[in-house]
Structure formats: C-alpha cells, structure tokens
Design a protein around this ligand. Structure first.
Ligand code: HEM
Length: 204
C-alpha cells in the first residue's frame, strides 16, 4: 500500500464508523429514556450478562431511525425494477427509510418495539440500515457489537431521563440523520459517584 492508501484506510474507518455509530446510539437513548418498560427490560438483561434484548434494541433503533436514509447504485446493465425499464448507467437509490416503514413487513411500523426482532430475525432484504450486497457496510457487525456493549454499560450504570419532554426531531447533518439537539439527557446527580464507579466496573 502507498502512504496515501495507508492514511486513507483508518481515515475511512473513522469517518464511516464513528459518527454513524454515535448517532445510532443517540437515537437508541432518545427512545429508551421515554419508554420505561423497554429501559427496565434492557437494564435487567444487562445486570444478568445477556445481550439478546440489547441486540433487538439496536436493531429496532436502526430500523426506525436509520442513520443513512438511502444507498446509491449505478446500474452496470439494464434492469427492470418495479415495472420500470432502466438503462445501464441509471442511478438508483434504494430507500432504507421506506423499506423499514412497510406495514406488511413491520406491523405498527412507527412504533418502537424491539420485541419484533426477538420474534423474527432481521430480514436480509427488509432490514437494511447497513445497505446490502457486495458494498454492504464493512463495519456492520462491529457497529452492532459496539451498540450492544454501550447500551448494556449505560443501562447497568445510569438512571437517565430526558432533558425535554418532546422527542428529538430528525435533522440532516451532511448525509446522516441525527437527533436535532444531540439527545440531551439528565443523570441523577445524587448517585453520580456511585454510578461512575459502576460504569468503570461494567466497562472493565
Ligand atoms: C450504526 C453504524 C453504521 C451504520 C448505520 C452504517 C451504514 C452504512 C451504510 C448504509 C453504508 C453503505 C452500504 C451500501 O452502499 O450498501 C456503509 C458503508 C460503509 N461503512 Fe458503515 N455504517 C455504520 C458503522 C460503520 C463502522 C463502525 C465502520 C468501520 C469501522 C463502517 C465502515 C464502512 C465502510 C468502510 C463502508 C463502505 C463499504 C464499501 O463501499 O464497500 N461503518 N455503512
């Protein structure tokens, strides 16, 4: 590899991997602080070392709040999609957001319900927050692992409540869809020291 290529590799991983995962986690927290039952279930699991529910929370977050709303492809040969004959060279943009809101695939599509991913596995063609095919996100497994880990540590250690009653609005930041105010939450100050040591313990 040339020097430039060597520099580009970690730079790509940082740019593609940091903000995306951080944004997804912010969306997860935005939902969870408003849903005591789901928060409690996550917390119980975190205290008992499991991560099945944390995985379902991560997947439901990425379904309802995909960090990237579309992926883009240029056709290398003509194709017929949805009754449209498209010549080679056409740019198509499969819409992650719309696929994730299909009521025939996801009943009550606007409701945050992690349990749906306990009842059925995430579909290859119907759950696509990481795109698909040969260009599917290189960091998908790592991102989910990171999300599960962070969610479990937070659930175990912190009592959070929303800083404002209204949920975050979706705001576009260059190409990502982020919480407009950065998901501000309030942590119980009285037990802060106790919780900080719990965070350190949980992360160890
Ligand atoms: C929740 C977190 C993440 C989301 C939502 C996300 C989403 C995506 C999406 C939608 C694509 C385009 C896929 C396609 O065109 O089919 C992509 C590509 C990519 N992602 Fe991620 N990503 C995340 C985390 C990461 C992480 C942690 C890394 C690396 C450490 C990473 C590295 C990449 C790379 C290198 C590509 C380009 C793959 C290629 O073109 O062959 N991503 N990501």
């Amino acid at each position: 590899m040339s020097g430039a290529e060597l520099r580009d590799e970690p730079f790509t991983l940082l740019v593609a991997g940091h903000e995306t995962t951080a944004t997804a986690l912010s969306w997860a927290i935005d939902r969870l602080v408003r849903l005591p039952d789901e928060w409690e279930r996550l917390r119980e699991e975190a205290l008992s070392d499991g991560d099945t529910y944390a995985d379902a929370v991560a997947k439901e977050t990425l379904r309802l709040r995909p960090v990237l709303p579309i992926v883009v492809r240029r056709l290398t040969r003509r194709a017929e999609i949805g009754g449209w004959a498209l010549p080679a060279g056409t740019q198509v943009a499969p819409c992650i957001h719309l696929v994730h809101r299909r009521p025939d695939v996801y009943p009550d599509p606007h409701v945050f319900r992690p349990e749906r991913f306990l009842e059925q596995p995430a579909g290859t063609y119907t759950w696509i927050p990481f795109g698909g095919g040969v260009r599917r996100c290189l960091g998908a497994s790592f991102a989910l692992f990171e999300m599960r880990t962070v969610l479990r540590v937070i659930a175990r250690a912190a009592a959070l409540r929303p800083a404002r009653p209204e949920p975050e609005r979706v705001t576009r930041r260059v190409i990502t869809l982020t919480p407009g105010r950065g998901t501000e939450v309030v942590m119980d100050l009285a037990s802060r020291a106790e919780r900080s040591s719990a965070v350190l313990e949980a992360a160890a």
